[in-house]
Design a protein around this ligand. Structure first.
Ligand SMILES: Cc1ncc(COP(=O)(O)O)c(C=O)c1O
Length: 460
């Protein structure tokens, strides 16, 4: 980072120009314009600075993406070298380039061996758009063109484009612009949120069996795939009970429904395994990837296919009628190579698994295990959620839980820590390079934010 950064313009000038021309993500634009956004100007490792010189510990790795933290000169150098050598070329004209070839070699050396092919995109949303067309094509080639329906989960998140948001289960997104046909949903495996007395294991089985019920209702001959995040990110870092994934896998296999894991958040070390499905021990047919692929330094995503699927598409599929101008972009590929090489050679993923991951989880349980505002702590590796609850024993949630967590997030910013609110949960996912000291700072500042929130609502 440019620690000697001098503000180029007054913050209020940036804010006024931003308000005049820019529509932000997932916010009430008018309300934001009245408040004015923070102007972030630089970052180093886990810390960010704004235009007014305030320093924040980024507990969210940007949006779960800056896995190597900010300020990596090796990633910047990789981009510069590639920009000078070959800034762009396409994959349409019977052509390829070294950067994308070498990225694929590296990627498949890190993935389990039953994956063999990638379709590169610019983002996670695009990866999931491509997923729909690809799985439908797969079934067409196998002579089952009626197998078209994608089953997702309520409150799942697969991106913001039309089809990706339709497969996701955020109803407020469906209300803006509608959905596509041939998409269905089942409930999320949110044990803390269920009304009843099932144990987590019983609840996990029940949540998984909803998939079987839905497949039978729609007809297995019509269902192409089930898509889900191994742990549900934007929907609140919801970790399913252990009984869930084995049962889901069994159901998908039984009814010949493809199992598609959205690894956009979970991929590249977040859980302490290279991919989150490895932590939960199941074997998806496809993986959607993005974010951590380049540590967010440059946009890139992709769809990973199992050897079984790729063989059908390559050997029997004929023309694959899909392509993006920037698929496998050389500069993005070069940054991805530098990023994956660093994650591997610096032992970052192993450190998350063996040291910093368990340390974060232990600290959170020590600090918040008996906190009056916290009903449940979930997480593994460097991803975690604090469920706010009115009564932990009965799992009673606050009627206005979204307001309470939003307030906690705002206080977090005031206290110099960025943590995210999702309905009733505060979530965190710091950069995978976090040291124990940086984790202490994250947990310490989060404690101040949660305490202040608890005091404001009168429970502390
Ligand atoms: C699980 C998951 N899938 C897909 C996406 C969409 O990725 P992008 O924002 O790169 O389009 C996201 C973004 O947060 C995500 O969390």
């Amino acid at each position: 980072m440019t620690t000697d950064y001098k503000p180029q313009r007054e913050t209020k000038d940036y804010q006024a120009a931003d308000a005049a021309h820019h529509i932000h993500a997932f916010l009430d634009q008018k309300a934001l314009n009245e408040e004015g956004p923070r102007v972030i100007v630089g970052g180093d490792r886990l810390h960010l600075w704004d235009n007014d010189g305030n320093r924040y510990l980024d507990g969210m790795s940007g949006l779960w993406c800056t896995n190597l933290g900010y300020g990596r000169k090796d990633l910047a150098a990789a981009a510069t070298r590639q920009l000078e050598q070959l800034p762009y070329y396409n994959m349409f004209f019977h052509t390829t380039h070294p950067a994308v070839v070498e990225l694929s070699e590296l990627l498949f050396s890190l993935l389990p061996r039953h994956y063999s092919h990638a379709i590169y995109t610019n983002s996670g949303s695009e990866a999931n758009e491509v997923l729909i067309r690809t799985v439908r094509r797969y079934w067409q080639v196998l002579g089952k063109p009626q197998k078209k329906i994608m089953i997702g989960r309520w409150n799942g998140y697969h991106g913001s484009t039309l089809a990706a948001s339709a497969m996701g289960g955020m109803k407020f997104m469906h209300e803006m612009g509608g959905v596509i046909p041939d998409v269905a949903h089942i409930d999320e495996p949110y044990w803390f949120g269920h009304e009843g007395n099932l144990t987590p294991a019983e609840f996990g089985l029940r949540a998984a069996r909803q998939l079987e019920t839905k497949i039978l209702e729609l007809g297995a001959e019509n269902v192409a795939a089930f898509i889900a995040e191994p742990f549900q990110g934007a929907g609140g870092m919801i970790f399913p009970p252990e009984s869930y994934w084995p049962q889901i896998q069994r159901i998908c296999r039984k009814y010949d429904v493809l199992l598609c894991a959205d690894e956009v958040i979970g991929g590249f070390g977040r859980t302490g395994e290279w991919f989150a499905h490895q932590h939960f021990d199941f074997e998806p047919d496809t993986l959607s990837i993005a974010k951590g692929l380049t540590s967010g330094y440059i946009p890139m995503g992709g769809l990973i296919l199992s050897r079984r699927m790729a063989e059908v598409l390559v050997e029997q599929g004929g023309v694959f009628a899909h392509g993006l101008t920037y698929s496998g972009h050389p500069v993005a590929a070069a940054v991805a190579i530098a990023n994956l090489t660093a994650l591997r050679d610096e032992g970052v993923v192993a450190q998350v698994k063996n040291d910093t991951g368990p340390y974060l989880q232990q600290c959170l349980r020590e600090v918040f295990g008996n906190h009056p505002l916290v009903g449940e702590i979930q997480g593994v590796g460097l991803v975690a959620a604090l469920q706010f609850a009115q009564d932990k024993a009965t799992r009673k949630r606050f009627a206005n839980e979204g307001d309470i967590t939003w307030r906690c997030r705002t206080i977090g910013f005031e206290e110099g820590v960025i943590i995210r609110s999702t309905l009733g949960r505060m979530i965190m996912a710091p950069a995978l390079i976090a040291t124990r000291g940086e984790i202490d700072e994250l947990v310490g500042k989060t404690k101040i934010a949660v305490d202040r929130t608890a005091q404001e609502i009168g429970v502390l």
